[in-house]
Design a protein around this ligand. Structure first.
Ligand SMILES: [Zn+2]
Length: 614
């Protein structure tokens, strides 16, 4: 990298010299005045700098991804060699992106924005944002943070969950929470899923300080503010945005909350309907998705998917994207990904949390999943492939590696989630032959199920998670109030309470992986839902001319074109401009509220005479 830095330094010092050039001496015989020194060609300097920067960035990014990949796919309890390799790779990346020389060069070039092209400016700003995560002006701190993060990840994914005296995976616990109907056993399952919390407490508190101090070195007051700045928003603007979304969806959530309390009390044969939802009643460890509460007749795909098998689901996802005009995935995707659960006798573990990886910021695309043949993984496979095709779309010569990311982080999530939603609508399923075309379905139940997935998620993501992390990072939430704050927020936003008091000897927020390894950006998912309904609304009404509740995207090239125009530029264009241009709207829950509007009347009818507590 150094050889690319030198030309810029030379040019910069030349420029600094220019104003001190001596005026011609008056007494000397008249001579032609020396030509005025040409102003430095900042575009050329920036091109040279960015060429070098991008090349080294890709090299280190790839090495880091490879190490992280191994850390997540080959976990041997007690073996710290992967963690060590990951730490070293990430430290090299940090030393580069945060190098003092790079920071100075970036700041210097950004002083001359007027002379640069917009895409150069955008790259320089992105590089400076990246620098703030690892400024080498505080190298020791950065080093400590990276080791602490690797150790936390190791603990998080190596944890031995126990239920009924046996080791279980989080997949097993999730399955039990979806199916078990005995409240006492549900409580045991739920408590098992929370046992990991206290083991992560010291690590998390340490990470808070290290994360805050790191970004403070580049002038951000705290880590939450830093993350929000990636959207071009202040912390206050981000919190105002997530609170607005919450408020907009609150009336619908209130109906769902009342409905769920009464329906679940019936299901578990509990006579006294509780005012707040007991956390262990919900079919999800954090109460963030209640979709499996409802079985939509004729649309339960589990049986037909079980026959098709796990591999079919991934392949089918790829065929769907191809039908829209996206190219096939490279062969390496199937060779190098880790798509299915490990065999029972495996001597190592893997991270069971689904993810998509852009290993080299080019064509090495991989996914880490544990796909099983069921509806949840069918949807998840479509979601992760959304990330993969997004990566593939912006890995083109017009987008420099630094800008190979979503228009903002929420777009990346929106595209995949929208494709998962589209792939579950009736005309789509019938078109694929997964259900008979004449299947009678209850449109209201279908919509209810979607609301129980999408709408119930907002108070969790936009409320509990965002508020807790805002408080944790920016408002110095005291170490003896971490769990209390969490449950206050759960009650306030989700109307959910723990089955028994949860004191500070527990740390329930830390059971959520993102709190540990994807900090202060969970609002991405809430914003992504809002954006996905805006995009889906546009596709259904303006491209397909279909009811947004019953679409079939399959094989429609115009839909593919619409999506590719959003995906191909990566982050080289402003996300607000893209949204406005493609949908005619600013970010708003309008489309989401419209989509679920038919459900309001139904829920009000169901809830007649029931007590509302939120
Ligand atoms: Zn995702």
């Amino acid at each position: 990298m150094k050889k690319h830095l030198l030309p810029l330094l030379a040019a910069a010092s030349l420029a600094a010299c220019a104003p001190t050039a001596k005026a011609p001496v008056a007494t000397a015989p008249a001579a032609a005045p020396p030509p005025a020194p040409a102003p430095p060609d900042y575009q050329a300097i920036a091109t040279d700098f960015l060429n070098g920067y991008n090349a080294e960035y890709v090299r280190l990014y790839t090495a880091s991804s490879e190490a992280e990949w191994r850390s997540n796919t080959h976990i041997v309890p007690g073996d710290t060699s992967n963690a060590g390799a990951t730490t070293r790779a990430n430290q090299r990346m940090a030393a580069f992106t945060g190098s003092t020389a790079n920071i100075e060069q970036l700041r210097e070039l950004l002083k001359h924005k007027d002379a640069l092209t917009p895409i150069q400016t955008k790259q320089l700003e992105t590089a400076l944002y990246n620098a703030a995560n690892n400024p080498q002006t505080v190298a020791d701190l950065v080093k400590k943070r990276i080791s602490a993060e690797a150790a936390q990840t190791e603990k998080l994914y190596g944890f031995d969950y126990k239920y009924a005296g046996k080791s279980v995976t989080t997949n097993d616990l999730d399955e039990l929470l979806r199916k078990e109907t005995n409240p006492a056993r549900r409580q045991q399952v739920w408590e098992s899923s929370k046992a990991i919390g206290p083991t992560l407490k010291d690590g998390l508190l340490n990470l808070r300080d290290l994360r805050n101090q790191t970004v403070q070195a580049l002038g951000y007051p705290d880590y939450f503010t830093y993350q929000a700045s990636d959207y071009g928003l202040t912390r206050e603007e981000m919190m105002a945005l997530v609170r607005k979304i919450n408020t907009e969806l609150r009336p619908l959530y209130r109906e769902l909350h009342t409905y769920a309390r009464y329906e679940l009390a019936k299901k578990y044969k509990v006579k006294q309907v509780p005012d707040y939802l007991p956390a262990h009643w919900l079919p999800n460890r954090w109460g963030q998705d209640w979709g499996s509460m409802v079985d939509v007749k004729g649309l339960n795909l589990d049986a037909v998917l079980a026959k098709k098998g796990a591999e079919w689901q991934v392949k089918q996802g790829e065929r769907f994207y191809q039908s829209l005009g996206f190219p096939a995935l490279p062969a390496s995707f199937y060779e190098k990904s880790s798509l299915y659960p490990l065999p029972k006798d495996a001597t190592y573990k893997k991270n069971n949390h689904a993810s998509a990886w852009h290993m080299d910021l080019n064509q090495d695309l991989r996914s880490l999943m544990s796909v099983e043949a069921n509806t949840e993984w069918y949807e998840t496979a479509h979601h992760e492939l959304g990330h993969i095709f997004y990566y593939q779309s912006y890995s083109n010569p017009d987008v420099p590696p630094l800008l190979r990311q979503g228009a903002n982080r929420a777009y990346h999530e929106a595209i995949g989630t929208m494709m998962g939603l589209a792939a579950k609508q009736k005309p789509f399923l019938a078109g694929l032959g997964l259900i008979p075309a004449n299947t009678k379905t209850d449109q209201t139940q279908q919509l209810l199920q979607e609301a129980l997935s999408y709408v119930t998620f907002i108070p969790f993501a936009s409320g509990v998670m965002s508020e807790w992390e805002n408080s944790f990072y920016a408002e110095k939430l005291p170490a003896d109030q971490l769990n209390a704050k969490w449950w206050d927020l759960c009650k306030q936003y989700q109307g959910m309470v723990p089955p028994t008091p949860r004191g500070e000897n527990f740390l329930d927020p830390a059971t959520k992986t993102h709190i540990n390894d994807d900090p202060a950006q969970y609002y991405d998912y809430a914003l992504s839902y809002v954006i996905l309904f805006q995009l889906h609304d546009h596709i259904a009404k303006n491209i397909l001319h279909q009811d947004p509740h019953a679409t079939n995207y399959y094989g429609n090239r115009e839909v593919g074109e619409f999506l590719r125009e959003i995906m191909q530029p990566g982050s080289s264009r402003d996300w607000r401009a893209v949204l406005k241009e493609k949908t005619g709207e600013d970010l708003s829950a309008r489309a989401m509220i419209d989509y679920f509007q038919p459900l309001m009347a139904y829920l009000k009818e169901q809830n007649k005479g029931r007590k509302y507590t939120m």
